[in-house]
Ligand binder design. Structure first.
Ligand code: GLA
Length: 395
């Protein structure tokens, strides 16, 4: 699949710029086993990079200040002068990239001319973080080509900043971190407060994580994502006013939250309650995962779905249906909506021998109920952003 994507992107580069690219980079999407919406609330998350990528074909232009992007999948391009300050433009896809450029320029680093064509196998609006792959992929390329000396952590933070400042989504750090730091076969346990992280082998004991794409598309610019953050911020503000000695959100207790409940109102209360519970679930899930306790891990995933649906209210009728029906199937340990919500994919923990049957049954039910063809992704946990070396395999 990667070979096809690379070939396609190289050919598109050639037809757009009338010469061959010099270097190829691959930036992956991500799954998240558990820990939703807690990345902007001092929580832990358990993401991993996957074998779906944005491929960038790149050529450096010496003695030039012109940078041109060709978005192969949109058949759209954009050029700008790297000596000038940039501001957001009307093409959303461009803003992910310009925001990265802007963050690097503001830090006083110099960037020269470039031609870039990119194409993707990460479905957009499906909760697999194509945005983070785009931002961080570009940051990685600039770092490599112009020797900017940025650390991997810097690259993830630059990607997040781009999304905050140029795109307008107040995302957490999970997606960018996973795209940059991913490792084959390894899940990342990330402390979103300190950005300390550790890798561990996902021990699924004869089970697979399979994604069902509801094909309900969303963008977090309009989805309600930023509103959820506001609800949470309202709760946090009161909590810290009342308990200033507490350092991290995750250290507030349920009884402290109860104390501010009348002041913050029911909506903020529900949002914060979900977050405190989810942060605790992630710690339990990490243990279950490392011990191969798929039954308990599955239970935790399902609890997360119920929290995301009823307390955080970021699910939708299609995903609720999908999860509910999936849980009735033999061999399913757990299921939940994954990512920011409002559409996208569910992540399902299914016994290997039952996977085909579950897919068949849920696809049929989903089609019958919503008249939508569900898509299925059997993803592999893969490396983070990297350069693809020409001699690694024949393209
Ligand atoms: C989106 C955001 C992330 C995170 C998830 C929910 O993917 O980009 O930062 O908040 O939603 O866990």
């Amino acid at each position: 699949m990667q070979e096809k994507l690379i070939r396609h992107t190289k050919e598109a580069f050639l037809s757009a710029f009338q010469s061959d690219p010099e270097r190829i980079f691959l930036a992956p999407g991500r799954i998240n086993i558990i820990g939703e919406h807690v990345d902007y609330s001092d929580g832990f998350v358990l993401p991993a990079a996957i074998d779906k990528h944005i491929c960038f074909a790149v050529k450096k232009l010496n003695n030039s200040e012109s940078c041109t992007f060709f978005a192969v999948d949109f058949n759209d391009s954009f050029s700008f002068n790297t000596n000038q300050k940039q501001t957001p433009v009307s093409q959303t896809w461009v803003n992910y990239l310009l925001g990265v450029f802007n963050a690097i320029q503001e830090s006083g680093k110099a960037i020269g001319g470039l031609q870039i064509a990119f194409s993707s196998t990460i479905p957009m609006g499906s909760g697999l973080s194509s945005s983070a792959a785009l931002e961080c992929g570009f940051a990685f390329i600039l770092n490599e080509i112009f020797n900017l000396n940025l650390s991997k952590k810097d690259l993830a933070l630059i990607g997040q900043k781009s999304e905050h400042t140029f795109v307008g989504v107040k995302c957490g750090i999970m997606d960018q971190f996973a795209s940059v730091f991913g490792k084959e076969h390894q899940v990342i346990m990330l402390d979103c407060n300190s950005l300390e992280h550790q890798y561990f082998e996902a021990n699924l004991e004869g089970h697979s994580l399979v994604l069902f794409d509801s094909c309900v598309k969303h963008t977090h610019l309009t989805s309600g994502y930023n509103d959820r953050r506001k609800d949470v911020d309202k709760g946090k503000k009161k909590l810290w006013e009342k308990f200033p000695e507490i350092e991290k959100f995750r250290d507030f207790s349920f009884s402290m939250l109860d104390e501010v409940r009348p002041e913050i109102g029911e909506i903020s209360y529900k949002r914060c309650l979900y977050l405190l519970k989810e942060i605790k679930r992630v710690e339990k899930a990490a243990k279950a995962l490392s011990e191969g306790d798929t039954r308990y891990l599955g239970e935790l995933l399902t609890e997360t779905h119920s929290g995301l649906s009823t307390e955080f209210e970021v699910s939708c009728k299609e995903l609720d249906f999908m999860v509910e029906e999936t849980l009735k199937e033999d061999g399913v340990s757990g299921a939940r909506i994954m990512g920011g919500g409002f559409g996208g994919c569910s992540i399902n923990l299914i016994k290997d021998e039952n996977v085909d049957e579950v897919i068949k049954n849920i696809s049929a039910k989903y089609k019958m109920y919503f008249n939508i063809e569900m898509k299925v992704y059997r993803v592999k946990i893969s490396d983070g952003i990297k350069e693809y070396k020409r001699n690694e395999f024949v393209i």
